[in-house]
Design a protein around this ligand. Structure first.
Ligand code: BES
Ligand code: MN
Ligand code: MN
Length: 454
Protein backbone atom coordinates (compact mmCIF):
# COMPACT_ATOMS: atom_id res chain seq x y z
CA UNK A 1 0.00 0.00 0.00
CA UNK A 2 2.80 2.43 0.90
CA UNK A 3 4.34 1.90 -2.50
CA UNK A 4 1.04 2.61 -4.22
CA UNK A 5 0.61 5.85 -2.30
CA UNK A 6 4.23 6.88 -2.98
CA UNK A 7 3.74 6.19 -6.67
CA UNK A 8 0.66 8.43 -6.71
CA UNK A 9 2.58 11.21 -4.97
CA UNK A 10 5.54 11.06 -7.29
CA UNK A 11 3.44 10.93 -10.46
CA UNK A 12 1.12 13.73 -9.52
CA UNK A 13 2.48 16.15 -12.19
CA UNK A 14 2.14 13.56 -14.92
CA UNK A 15 -1.47 12.91 -13.84
CA UNK A 16 -2.28 16.58 -14.10
CA UNK A 17 -0.75 16.80 -17.57
CA UNK A 18 -2.89 13.87 -18.69
CA UNK A 19 -5.99 15.38 -17.13
CA UNK A 20 -5.29 18.58 -19.07
CA UNK A 21 -5.14 16.60 -22.28
CA UNK A 22 -8.50 15.01 -21.42
CA UNK A 23 -10.04 18.40 -20.61
CA UNK A 24 -8.97 19.81 -23.98
CA UNK A 25 -11.44 17.53 -25.75
CA UNK A 26 -14.75 19.42 -26.11
CA UNK A 27 -17.00 16.44 -25.36
CA UNK A 28 -20.33 18.26 -25.16
CA UNK A 29 -22.89 15.48 -25.45
CA UNK A 30 -25.89 17.61 -26.30
CA UNK A 31 -24.43 19.38 -29.36
CA UNK A 32 -24.44 17.54 -32.72
CA UNK A 33 -21.35 19.46 -33.87
CA UNK A 34 -19.28 17.80 -31.13
CA UNK A 35 -20.08 14.24 -32.21
CA UNK A 36 -16.52 13.49 -33.34
CA UNK A 37 -15.13 14.99 -30.12
CA UNK A 38 -17.24 12.43 -28.25
CA UNK A 39 -15.45 9.69 -30.18
CA UNK A 40 -12.10 11.29 -29.40
CA UNK A 41 -12.92 11.48 -25.69
CA UNK A 42 -14.04 7.84 -25.68
CA UNK A 43 -10.74 6.86 -27.37
CA UNK A 44 -8.84 8.84 -24.78
CA UNK A 45 -10.56 7.01 -21.92
CA UNK A 46 -10.04 3.63 -23.57
CA UNK A 47 -6.33 4.37 -24.13
CA UNK A 48 -5.85 5.49 -20.54
CA UNK A 49 -7.57 2.37 -19.21
CA UNK A 50 -5.26 0.28 -21.37
CA UNK A 51 -2.14 2.21 -20.30
CA UNK A 52 -3.20 1.80 -16.68
CA UNK A 53 -3.15 -1.98 -17.07
CA UNK A 54 -6.80 -2.88 -17.54
CA UNK A 55 -7.85 -5.71 -19.88
CA UNK A 56 -10.58 -6.32 -22.42
CA UNK A 57 -11.01 -2.65 -23.21
CA UNK A 58 -13.99 -2.13 -25.46
CA UNK A 59 -15.64 0.91 -26.94
CA UNK A 60 -19.31 0.13 -27.44
CA UNK A 61 -20.89 2.30 -30.11
CA UNK A 62 -24.51 3.18 -29.39
CA UNK A 63 -27.18 5.15 -31.19
CA UNK A 64 -25.83 8.11 -29.27
CA UNK A 65 -22.33 8.41 -27.83
CA UNK A 66 -20.00 5.48 -27.09
CA UNK A 67 -19.62 3.63 -23.81
CA UNK A 68 -16.20 2.43 -22.63
CA UNK A 69 -15.70 -0.82 -20.79
CA UNK A 70 -12.57 -2.26 -19.25
CA UNK A 71 -11.91 -5.01 -16.70
CA UNK A 72 -9.30 -6.80 -14.67
CA UNK A 73 -10.55 -10.02 -13.16
CA UNK A 74 -7.30 -11.50 -11.89
CA UNK A 75 -8.32 -11.86 -8.25
CA UNK A 76 -10.61 -14.91 -8.06
CA UNK A 77 -12.42 -15.19 -4.75
CA UNK A 78 -12.16 -11.45 -4.19
CA UNK A 79 -15.09 -9.07 -4.69
CA UNK A 80 -15.67 -7.16 -7.93
CA UNK A 81 -16.17 -3.42 -8.01
CA UNK A 82 -17.70 -1.61 -10.95
CA UNK A 83 -16.47 1.97 -11.34
CA UNK A 84 -18.77 4.37 -13.18
CA UNK A 85 -18.14 7.87 -14.49
CA UNK A 86 -19.02 10.12 -17.43
CA UNK A 87 -16.78 11.80 -20.00
CA UNK A 88 -19.47 14.06 -21.44
CA UNK A 89 -19.74 17.66 -20.34
CA UNK A 90 -22.28 20.48 -20.46
CA UNK A 91 -22.23 23.25 -23.06
CA UNK A 92 -19.98 26.22 -22.24
CA UNK A 93 -22.22 29.21 -22.85
CA UNK A 94 -22.08 32.04 -21.92
CA UNK A 95 -18.52 31.86 -23.21
CA UNK A 96 -17.76 35.53 -22.48
CA UNK A 97 -18.07 34.91 -18.74
CA UNK A 98 -15.12 32.49 -18.67
CA UNK A 99 -11.73 33.84 -17.53
CA UNK A 100 -9.96 31.27 -19.71
CA UNK A 101 -11.18 29.25 -22.67
CA UNK A 102 -13.28 26.32 -21.31
CA UNK A 103 -11.23 23.81 -23.31
CA UNK A 104 -7.82 25.29 -22.53
CA UNK A 105 -7.32 24.04 -18.98
CA UNK A 106 -5.66 26.63 -16.79
CA UNK A 107 -4.27 26.17 -13.28
CA UNK A 108 -4.74 28.98 -10.76
CA UNK A 109 -4.35 28.79 -6.97
CA UNK A 110 -4.27 25.00 -6.95
CA UNK A 111 -7.42 24.67 -9.04
CA UNK A 112 -7.77 23.50 -12.61
CA UNK A 113 -10.26 25.51 -14.66
CA UNK A 114 -12.02 23.89 -17.63
CA UNK A 115 -15.44 22.57 -18.61
CA UNK A 116 -15.72 19.06 -17.14
CA UNK A 117 -12.93 19.61 -14.59
CA UNK A 118 -15.10 18.61 -11.62
CA UNK A 119 -18.12 17.18 -13.54
CA UNK A 120 -16.97 14.59 -14.24
CA UNK A 121 -13.69 14.15 -16.13
CA UNK A 122 -11.43 15.08 -13.22
CA UNK A 123 -13.32 12.89 -10.77
CA UNK A 124 -13.59 9.90 -13.05
CA UNK A 125 -9.90 10.12 -13.99
CA UNK A 126 -8.86 9.66 -10.33
CA UNK A 127 -9.91 6.01 -10.45
CA UNK A 128 -7.97 5.25 -13.62
CA UNK A 129 -4.89 6.70 -11.97
CA UNK A 130 -5.32 4.76 -8.73
CA UNK A 131 -5.61 1.54 -10.70
CA UNK A 132 -2.50 2.49 -12.67
CA UNK A 133 -0.59 3.04 -9.44
CA UNK A 134 -1.38 -0.54 -8.35
CA UNK A 135 -0.32 -2.12 -11.62
CA UNK A 136 2.89 -0.10 -11.81
CA UNK A 137 3.95 -0.94 -8.25
CA UNK A 138 2.37 -4.30 -7.37
CA UNK A 139 1.67 -5.70 -10.83
CA UNK A 140 -1.92 -6.49 -9.86
CA UNK A 141 -5.03 -5.15 -8.12
CA UNK A 142 -6.20 -6.32 -4.67
CA UNK A 143 -9.63 -7.21 -6.10
CA UNK A 144 -11.51 -7.41 -9.40
CA UNK A 145 -12.32 -4.14 -11.12
CA UNK A 146 -14.60 -3.21 -14.00
CA UNK A 147 -15.03 0.23 -15.52
CA UNK A 148 -18.09 1.52 -17.32
CA UNK A 149 -17.73 5.09 -18.54
CA UNK A 150 -20.51 6.81 -20.47
CA UNK A 151 -20.85 9.88 -22.66
CA UNK A 152 -24.52 10.66 -22.11
CA UNK A 153 -24.95 11.40 -18.42
CA UNK A 154 -25.74 15.05 -19.05
CA UNK A 155 -28.47 14.12 -21.52
CA UNK A 156 -30.20 11.41 -19.51
CA UNK A 157 -28.07 8.24 -19.98
CA UNK A 158 -30.29 7.23 -22.89
CA UNK A 159 -28.12 4.36 -24.07
CA UNK A 160 -26.50 3.17 -20.86
CA UNK A 161 -29.92 2.39 -19.39
CA UNK A 162 -30.80 -0.32 -21.96
CA UNK A 163 -27.13 -1.44 -22.08
CA UNK A 164 -27.34 -2.23 -18.36
CA UNK A 165 -30.42 -4.36 -18.98
CA UNK A 166 -28.81 -6.24 -21.85
CA UNK A 167 -25.35 -6.72 -20.33
CA UNK A 168 -26.11 -7.85 -16.84
CA UNK A 169 -23.40 -10.50 -16.90
CA UNK A 170 -20.71 -8.24 -18.28
CA UNK A 171 -21.37 -5.66 -15.55
CA UNK A 172 -22.08 -8.13 -12.73
CA UNK A 173 -20.38 -6.90 -9.57
CA UNK A 174 -20.54 -6.67 -5.79
CA UNK A 175 -20.31 -2.90 -5.57
CA UNK A 176 -20.62 0.19 -7.76
CA UNK A 177 -18.29 3.10 -7.03
CA UNK A 178 -19.07 6.57 -8.39
CA UNK A 179 -17.25 9.88 -8.01
CA UNK A 180 -19.64 12.45 -9.43
CA UNK A 181 -20.83 14.28 -6.32
CA UNK A 182 -19.39 16.81 -3.89
CA UNK A 183 -17.62 17.00 -0.56
CA UNK A 184 -19.61 18.62 2.23
CA UNK A 185 -16.91 21.28 2.50
CA UNK A 186 -13.29 21.64 1.34
CA UNK A 187 -11.09 19.02 3.00
CA UNK A 188 -13.99 17.06 4.54
CA UNK A 189 -14.16 13.41 3.47
CA UNK A 190 -17.76 12.79 2.48
CA UNK A 191 -19.98 9.94 1.38
CA UNK A 192 -23.26 10.93 -0.26
CA UNK A 193 -26.09 8.50 0.48
CA UNK A 194 -29.01 10.20 -1.27
CA UNK A 195 -29.67 11.99 -4.55
CA UNK A 196 -32.77 13.78 -5.70
CA UNK A 197 -34.63 12.68 -8.81
CA UNK A 198 -35.95 14.85 -11.56
CA UNK A 199 -39.05 15.49 -13.65
CA UNK A 200 -38.36 18.03 -16.39
CA UNK A 201 -41.39 19.55 -18.09
CA UNK A 202 -42.18 22.13 -20.74
CA UNK A 203 -45.36 24.19 -20.72
CA UNK A 204 -46.48 25.94 -23.90
CA UNK A 205 -49.35 28.41 -23.79
CA UNK A 206 -50.95 29.40 -27.08
CA UNK A 207 -53.35 32.32 -27.39
CA UNK A 208 -54.06 33.92 -30.77
CA UNK A 209 -53.07 31.96 -33.89
CA UNK A 210 -50.41 34.57 -34.76
CA UNK A 211 -48.42 37.38 -33.17
CA UNK A 212 -50.53 40.52 -32.90
CA UNK A 213 -49.93 44.26 -32.91
CA UNK A 214 -50.25 45.21 -29.24
CA UNK A 215 -51.97 48.47 -30.17
CA UNK A 216 -54.70 47.07 -32.37
CA UNK A 217 -55.35 44.07 -30.11
CA UNK A 218 -53.97 45.03 -26.66
CA UNK A 219 -56.68 45.00 -24.00
CA UNK A 220 -58.99 42.78 -26.03
CA UNK A 221 -57.24 39.38 -25.82
CA UNK A 222 -55.60 37.31 -23.12
CA UNK A 223 -51.80 37.48 -23.38
CA UNK A 224 -50.08 34.03 -23.26
CA UNK A 225 -47.15 35.49 -21.30
CA UNK A 226 -49.47 36.83 -18.60
CA UNK A 227 -51.32 33.52 -18.47
CA UNK A 228 -48.07 31.58 -18.18
CA UNK A 229 -46.79 33.90 -15.46
CA UNK A 230 -50.04 33.43 -13.54
CA UNK A 231 -49.83 29.66 -13.85
CA UNK A 232 -46.22 29.62 -12.64
CA UNK A 233 -47.01 31.90 -9.72
CA UNK A 234 -49.68 29.48 -8.53
CA UNK A 235 -47.34 26.49 -8.31
CA UNK A 236 -46.21 27.41 -4.77
CA UNK A 237 -48.32 28.52 -1.83
CA UNK A 238 -47.34 31.17 0.70
CA UNK A 239 -45.47 28.57 2.78
CA UNK A 240 -43.30 27.57 -0.16
CA UNK A 241 -45.13 24.28 -0.63
CA UNK A 242 -45.83 22.96 -4.11
CA UNK A 243 -49.57 23.15 -4.82
CA UNK A 244 -49.89 20.20 -7.22
CA UNK A 245 -52.52 17.81 -5.82
CA UNK A 246 -50.92 14.57 -4.61
CA UNK A 247 -47.38 15.90 -5.09
CA UNK A 248 -46.20 15.04 -1.58
CA UNK A 249 -48.05 11.70 -1.27
CA UNK A 250 -44.96 9.51 -1.69
CA UNK A 251 -42.38 11.77 -0.03
CA UNK A 252 -40.28 9.91 2.50
CA UNK A 253 -40.37 11.94 5.72
CA UNK A 254 -37.20 13.02 7.42
CA UNK A 255 -36.67 11.11 10.64
CA UNK A 256 -35.69 12.89 13.82
CA UNK A 257 -32.38 11.03 13.74
CA UNK A 258 -31.60 12.21 10.22
CA UNK A 259 -32.45 15.81 11.05
CA UNK A 260 -30.11 15.61 14.03
CA UNK A 261 -27.36 14.16 11.85
CA UNK A 262 -27.78 17.05 9.42
CA UNK A 263 -27.49 19.54 12.29
CA UNK A 264 -24.20 18.04 13.43
CA UNK A 265 -22.69 19.08 10.07
CA UNK A 266 -23.06 22.75 11.07
CA UNK A 267 -24.12 24.01 7.66
CA UNK A 268 -23.62 27.77 7.48
CA UNK A 269 -26.74 29.30 5.94
CA UNK A 270 -25.23 32.80 5.96
CA UNK A 271 -22.10 31.81 4.09
CA UNK A 272 -24.19 29.83 1.63
CA UNK A 273 -26.36 32.87 0.86
CA UNK A 274 -23.42 35.25 0.66
CA UNK A 275 -21.55 33.03 -1.78
CA UNK A 276 -24.37 33.48 -4.30
CA UNK A 277 -24.88 37.18 -3.62
CA UNK A 278 -28.07 36.86 -1.57
CA UNK A 279 -29.14 38.57 1.63
CA UNK A 280 -31.88 36.08 2.31
CA UNK A 281 -32.78 32.49 1.47
CA UNK A 282 -36.26 31.18 0.77
CA UNK A 283 -37.92 27.79 0.77
CA UNK A 284 -40.48 25.48 2.24
CA UNK A 285 -41.60 26.55 5.70
CA UNK A 286 -40.54 24.32 8.56
CA UNK A 287 -37.29 23.05 7.04
CA UNK A 288 -33.67 24.15 7.16
CA UNK A 289 -31.76 24.93 3.98
CA UNK A 290 -29.95 21.60 3.78
CA UNK A 291 -33.17 19.75 4.51
CA UNK A 292 -34.79 21.68 1.66
CA UNK A 293 -31.98 20.81 -0.74
CA UNK A 294 -31.27 17.24 0.30
CA UNK A 295 -34.53 15.78 1.48
CA UNK A 296 -37.43 17.88 0.23
CA UNK A 297 -38.69 18.22 -3.34
CA UNK A 298 -38.44 21.50 -5.23
CA UNK A 299 -40.07 23.04 -8.29
CA UNK A 300 -38.24 25.62 -10.38
CA UNK A 301 -38.80 27.48 -13.60
CA UNK A 302 -35.55 27.01 -15.56
CA UNK A 303 -36.39 29.22 -18.48
CA UNK A 304 -39.21 31.26 -19.91
CA UNK A 305 -39.59 32.74 -23.35
CA UNK A 306 -42.12 34.28 -25.66
CA UNK A 307 -42.66 37.51 -27.50
CA UNK A 308 -39.92 40.00 -28.17
CA UNK A 309 -36.68 39.20 -26.32
CA UNK A 310 -34.22 41.04 -28.55
CA UNK A 311 -32.75 44.49 -28.00
CA UNK A 312 -35.04 47.48 -27.92
CA UNK A 313 -38.81 47.50 -28.14
CA UNK A 314 -41.25 45.74 -30.39
CA UNK A 315 -44.96 46.18 -29.77
CA UNK A 316 -46.35 42.67 -29.96
CA UNK A 317 -48.70 40.26 -28.23
CA UNK A 318 -47.16 36.87 -28.86
CA UNK A 319 -49.07 33.89 -30.04
CA UNK A 320 -47.12 31.62 -27.69
CA UNK A 321 -45.22 31.61 -24.40
CA UNK A 322 -43.17 28.71 -23.09
CA UNK A 323 -41.62 27.75 -19.77
CA UNK A 324 -39.21 24.97 -18.82
CA UNK A 325 -40.02 23.68 -15.37
CA UNK A 326 -38.07 21.13 -13.39
CA UNK A 327 -39.03 19.31 -10.25
CA UNK A 328 -36.36 17.80 -8.02
CA UNK A 329 -37.82 14.72 -6.40
CA UNK A 330 -37.03 12.80 -3.26
CA UNK A 331 -37.56 9.14 -2.34
CA UNK A 332 -40.12 7.64 -3.01
CA UNK A 333 -41.57 10.02 -5.59
CA UNK A 334 -41.92 8.57 -9.07
CA UNK A 335 -41.00 10.97 -11.92
CA UNK A 336 -43.61 9.42 -14.24
CA UNK A 337 -46.39 9.82 -11.71
CA UNK A 338 -45.26 13.35 -10.87
CA UNK A 339 -45.21 14.28 -14.57
CA UNK A 340 -48.84 13.16 -14.83
CA UNK A 341 -49.91 15.08 -11.73
CA UNK A 342 -48.10 18.17 -13.02
CA UNK A 343 -49.79 17.94 -16.43
CA UNK A 344 -53.23 17.60 -14.89
CA UNK A 345 -52.59 20.50 -12.52
CA UNK A 346 -51.41 22.84 -15.29
CA UNK A 347 -54.42 21.99 -17.44
CA UNK A 348 -56.69 22.80 -14.48
CA UNK A 349 -55.00 26.15 -13.95
CA UNK A 350 -55.25 27.21 -17.59
CA UNK A 351 -58.06 29.64 -18.41
CA UNK A 352 -60.36 28.91 -21.35
CA UNK A 353 -58.87 31.84 -23.32
CA UNK A 354 -55.76 29.81 -24.22
CA UNK A 355 -54.60 26.32 -25.20
CA UNK A 356 -51.92 24.65 -23.08
CA UNK A 357 -49.54 21.89 -24.09
CA UNK A 358 -47.45 20.11 -21.46
CA UNK A 359 -44.46 17.99 -22.48
CA UNK A 360 -42.53 15.56 -20.31
CA UNK A 361 -38.91 16.15 -21.43
CA UNK A 362 -37.08 13.70 -19.18
CA UNK A 363 -36.87 12.36 -15.71
CA UNK A 364 -34.90 10.33 -13.22
CA UNK A 365 -35.61 8.52 -9.99
CA UNK A 366 -34.38 9.73 -6.61
CA UNK A 367 -32.19 7.37 -4.64
CA UNK A 368 -31.20 6.58 -1.11
CA UNK A 369 -28.34 4.13 -0.60
CA UNK A 370 -27.51 1.85 2.30
CA UNK A 371 -25.08 3.05 4.93
CA UNK A 372 -24.32 -0.35 6.45
CA UNK A 373 -23.24 -1.94 3.20
CA UNK A 374 -19.63 -3.23 3.11
CA UNK A 375 -18.62 -1.08 0.13
CA UNK A 376 -19.93 2.10 1.81
CA UNK A 377 -18.04 1.25 4.99
CA UNK A 378 -14.87 0.59 2.96
CA UNK A 379 -15.25 3.91 1.12
CA UNK A 380 -15.79 5.79 4.34
CA UNK A 381 -12.63 4.24 5.85
CA UNK A 382 -10.67 4.89 2.66
CA UNK A 383 -11.55 8.57 2.55
CA UNK A 384 -10.80 8.99 6.24
CA UNK A 385 -7.35 7.49 5.66
CA UNK A 386 -6.58 9.69 2.67
CA UNK A 387 -7.81 12.91 4.32
CA UNK A 388 -6.70 12.09 7.88
CA UNK A 389 -10.19 13.03 9.16
CA UNK A 390 -13.47 11.37 9.99
CA UNK A 391 -15.82 10.86 7.03
CA UNK A 392 -19.21 12.57 7.11
CA UNK A 393 -22.40 11.38 5.43
CA UNK A 394 -24.72 13.64 3.53
CA UNK A 395 -27.43 13.72 0.90
CA UNK A 396 -27.34 15.82 -2.24
CA UNK A 397 -29.75 17.97 -4.20
CA UNK A 398 -28.48 17.05 -7.68
CA UNK A 399 -29.42 13.99 -9.70
CA UNK A 400 -27.62 11.08 -11.34
CA UNK A 401 -30.49 9.07 -12.80
CA UNK A 402 -28.37 6.03 -13.69
CA UNK A 403 -27.62 5.32 -10.01
CA UNK A 404 -31.07 3.83 -9.46
CA UNK A 405 -30.65 1.67 -12.55
CA UNK A 406 -27.40 0.24 -11.13
CA UNK A 407 -29.17 -0.59 -7.88
CA UNK A 408 -32.11 -2.17 -9.71
CA UNK A 409 -30.29 -4.12 -12.44
CA UNK A 410 -27.14 -5.16 -10.61
CA UNK A 411 -28.76 -5.55 -7.18
CA UNK A 412 -26.06 -3.60 -5.39
CA UNK A 413 -26.17 -0.46 -3.28
CA UNK A 414 -24.03 2.14 -5.12
CA UNK A 415 -21.38 4.14 -3.27
CA UNK A 416 -21.13 7.87 -4.00
CA UNK A 417 -17.61 8.94 -3.15
CA UNK A 418 -17.50 12.39 -4.72
CA UNK A 419 -14.54 14.79 -4.53
CA UNK A 420 -16.08 17.88 -6.11
CA UNK A 421 -17.44 20.97 -4.43
CA UNK A 422 -20.81 22.55 -5.14
CA UNK A 423 -18.97 25.87 -5.43
CA UNK A 424 -16.85 24.60 -8.34
CA UNK A 425 -19.24 26.04 -10.93
CA UNK A 426 -20.35 22.80 -12.51
CA UNK A 427 -22.57 23.56 -15.52
CA UNK A 428 -21.58 27.26 -15.38
CA UNK A 429 -18.68 29.49 -16.43
CA UNK A 430 -15.28 28.95 -14.77
CA UNK A 431 -15.91 25.36 -13.77
CA UNK A 432 -12.89 24.09 -11.84
CA UNK A 433 -11.61 21.24 -9.69
CA UNK A 434 -9.47 21.60 -6.60
CA UNK A 435 -6.23 19.75 -7.36
CA UNK A 436 -5.70 18.88 -3.73
CA UNK A 437 -9.03 17.04 -3.82
CA UNK A 438 -7.97 15.41 -7.09
CA UNK A 439 -4.90 14.04 -5.36
CA UNK A 440 -6.82 13.00 -2.24
CA UNK A 441 -9.36 11.36 -4.52
CA UNK A 442 -6.73 9.20 -6.21
CA UNK A 443 -5.52 8.12 -2.78
CA UNK A 444 -9.08 7.53 -1.55
CA UNK A 445 -9.69 5.35 -4.58
CA UNK A 446 -6.49 3.38 -3.93
CA UNK A 447 -7.38 2.91 -0.25
CA UNK A 448 -10.89 1.87 -1.24
CA UNK A 449 -9.65 -0.95 -3.46
CA UNK A 450 -7.50 -2.16 -0.57
CA UNK A 451 -10.20 -1.79 2.11
CA UNK A 452 -12.92 -3.40 0.05
CA UNK A 453 -10.70 -6.33 -0.91
CA UNK A 454 -10.60 -7.28 2.76
N1 BES B 1 -22.70 15.29 -11.34
C1 BES B 1 -23.98 15.87 -11.57
C2 BES B 1 -24.95 15.60 -10.44
C3 BES B 1 -24.62 16.36 -9.18
C4 BES B 1 -24.75 17.72 -9.17
C5 BES B 1 -24.18 15.70 -8.08
C6 BES B 1 -24.40 18.41 -8.03
C7 BES B 1 -23.82 16.40 -6.97
C8 BES B 1 -23.93 17.76 -6.95
C9 BES B 1 -24.54 15.33 -12.87
O1 BES B 1 -23.59 15.34 -13.90
C10 BES B 1 -25.68 16.21 -13.32
O2 BES B 1 -25.42 17.32 -13.70
N2 BES B 1 -26.91 15.71 -13.28
C11 BES B 1 -28.05 16.41 -13.81
C12 BES B 1 -29.12 15.44 -14.19
C13 BES B 1 -29.25 15.11 -15.64
C14 BES B 1 -30.48 14.28 -15.91
C15 BES B 1 -29.12 16.26 -16.58
C16 BES B 1 -28.65 17.34 -12.79
O3 BES B 1 -28.59 17.07 -11.59
O4 BES B 1 -29.21 18.36 -13.23
MN1 MN C 1 -21.79 14.57 -13.29
MN1 MN D 1 -23.49 17.44 -14.73
Amino acid sequence: MDRVIKYIESNYDKYIDELKEFLRIPSISTLPENKSDMQAAARFVADKLKDAGMNRIEIFQTEGHPLIYGEWLGAPGKPTVLIYGHYDVQPVDPLELWDNHPFEPTIKDGKIYARGATDDKGQMFMHIKSVEAYFKTMGHLPLNVKFIIEGEEEIGSTNLTPFLKQNNDLLKCDAVLISDTALFSPGTPTITYGLRGLAYMEVEVTGPNQDLHSGTYGGAVDNPITVLAEIISKLHDKDGRITIAGFYDDVLSLTRKERENFKVLKFKENGFAKQIGLKELKGEKGFTTIERIWARPALDCNGIFGGWTGLGAKTVIPSKATAKISMRLVPHQDPKKIAKLFTKHIKNLAPSTVKVKVRDLHGGYPVITLLDNPATIAASKAMAKAFGKKTVFMREGGSIPIVVEFAKRLKVSPVLMGLGLNTENLHSPNEHFNLNHFKLGIKSSAYFLDEYSK
